[in-house]
Unconditional design. Structure first.
Length: 68
């Protein structure tokens, strides 16, 4: 169900960007997309950091001889 909401949100954002391109201006749409990228960059970085910590913990359990 979580994936459905993500897909619907992505479709909504794409539709809104298309509407802005079509009826306002392409420049405004580019600025909006750039703003979204800046906002999402922090959360993507946090997710990648969490994944790298989890991988490190797992590798410490599986290969303890490499961490001595």
């Amino acid at each position: 169900m979580h994936q459905v909401w993500r897909t619907l949100t992505a479709a909504l954002v794409m539709g809104l960007i298309w509407l802005v391109c079509e009826y306002v201006s392409v420049t405004t749409a580019v600025v909006i997309v750039a703003g979204l990228v800046v906002v999402l960059e922090g959360s993507i970085k946090d997710r990648l950091d969490d994944m790298s910590k989890a991988l490190e913990m797992h590798s410490r359990k599986v290969f303890p001889e490499l961490w001595n």
